[in-house]
Design a protein around this ligand. Structure first.
Ligand SMILES: [Zn+2]
Length: 442
């Protein structure tokens, strides 16, 4: 397929904006790019997809999400609002995840995946929990991801919060799914080993996870002070030190949040090459505080941008990051657009490449995965590679994504989903969510 009449935004080390260019895609890869006229002459028999001058850029990447949270949408908690993050977990998330069946897991994922296609997010790193439907839950999600045609790295969050049997089941589900991905490799689906958070994991369970698996983990850490208090009580160590003691950190591991860490913990994250993900919308919503992202980046900690189950419209997360740190510190110099782009573009691509190492991601270049979106944006001021992050922050809207392509397959064209029936999936999701809400309340 030849995408013609495109204004290419390449990202990558030598980011460029190239007008009237074309992209030649074969299979799931980008094979060539160049001026439209040149590529038309070079590949005369290729079917053309006319971008009509739109911006054509790599699909967005989400570094940390929760497909299982979709049924919380519209849910109002009865009684007084939760007073802090531990109460939010107890009263919302740890009740919602227990109410999920395998069918719910599938539809909850599909709803998020539709959202991702519509808003141009093509790679997602998910963190799943459904304690009463553990076995096979990652297969359900993988099937949904395949049906949607997107790219995802999946894991199940092991936790002691529902007893030792569920913790064992979680370990089993991670191992089983990791093995299945190794036995039957797929270019768009991969796996890591999930852990909930230090505060719901005993030493014994952390050790069991470490003994069962040695290849990177995906865990929440220091999202709220409670994680530190718990860790100090359990072990006399701070969260990051405790995770390090159990071998959880490393260049294939993701620590989500890291809001409440001290400088030695930050240093340990840097030393071990552990990935950190930042989720500003979630941090604001849970009122857990603002991680010192800029200082961590300056130190050399690798930080990507996730959404923690908020909409898969990553430019909304860009905007939240840009505004949050200014508001939190009352300092308009904080969190420049370039730093947001460093996390969301450069670092997210490098993180995605940890899990999909075969082929470059998040860049328009020969040899990269053909994960591409069209954006119908008409800048009213000069736009260059250098000020592009600020155009995204102040000009781009997620609804401007008109076409989404993943692995060379057109999933949405001119805002029409080609493979998923949104009305039907939403209707089924509403039926299932109603029952989830009833179980949640009982
Ligand atoms: Zn999370």
């Amino acid at each position: 397929m030849l995408i013609t009449n495109a204004t290419l935004v390449t990202w990558g080390a030598t980011g460029r904006i190239l007008e009237n260019h074309a992209l030649f895609i074969e299979g799931d890869r980008i094979v060539d790019l160049g001026p439209s006229s040149e590529l038309r002459a070079k590949y005369p028999r290729e079917p053309e997809l006319d971008a009509r001058g739109q911006y054509v850029m790599p699909g967005n990447i989400c570094a940390h999400t929760h497909f299982y949270g979709a049924f919380a949408r519209g849910m109002a908690l009865p009684g007084d609002p939760p007073k802090d993050f531990p109460e939010i977990l107890e009263r919302l998330w740890w009740r919602l995840d227990k109410a999920l069946t395998l069918d719910d897991v599938r539809y909850s994922a599909l709803v998020c995946l539709i959202d991702a296609i519509k808003h141009g997010t093509t790679t997602l790193i998910d963190h799943h929990a459904s304690p009463n439907a553990v076995a096979g839950s990652l297969d359900m999600i993988a099937e949904a991801v395949e049906q949607a045609g997107l790219r995802a790295c999946l894991c199940y969050e092991v936790s002691d919060r529902n007893g030792p049997e569920k913790a064992r089941a979680g370990i089993e589900e991670n191992l089983r799914f990791i093995q299945s991905v190794i036995r039957n490799p797929k270019s768009a689906i991969t796996a890591t080993f999930g852990l909930h958070a230090s505060l719901t994991l005993s030493d014994a369970t952390l050790e069991a996870c470490r003994n069962a698996h040695d290849g990177g983990y995906h865990i929440h850490a220091a999202e709220h002070e409670a994680d530190q208090t718990d860790s100090l009580k359990k072990s006399g160590m701070r969260v990051i030190d405790r995770l390090h003691k159990f071998g959880i950190l490393g260049p294939r591991s993701i620590v989500a949040h890291a809001v409440h860490i001290d400088p030695p913990e930050a240093e340990l994250l840097r030393e071990t090459g552990t990935w950190v993900t930042h989720q500003p919308r979630s941090n604001m919503n849970n009122a857990v505080g603002a991680a010192d992202v800029e200082e961590l980046l300056r130190m050399g900690v690798k930080i990507g941008l996730g959404n923690d189950g908020f909409s898969n419209a990553m430019w909304d997360e860009w905007k939240a990051a840009y505004l949050y740190h200014k508001a939190a510190r009352r300092d308009p110099r904080r969190m420049s657009g370039a730093v947001v782009a460093e996390m969301a573009v450069t670092n997210n691509a490098a993180l995605a490449n940890v899990f999909f190492p075969q082929v470059p991601l998040g860049v328009l270049a020969a040899g990269a995965f053909a994960d591409v979106v069209f954006v119908d944006y008409h800048p009213s001021t000069p736009m260059t590679v250098d000020n592009l992050p600020w155009h995204i922050l102040f000009g781009f809207e997620n609804s401007m994504v008109t076409t989404t392509i993943c692995s060379g397959k057109v999933l949405m064209k001119d805002r029409r989903l080609l493979f998923l029936d949104e009305a039907e999936i939403s209707a089924r999701s509403r039926e299932l969510a109603k029952k989830v809400w009833e179980r949640f309340a009982s």
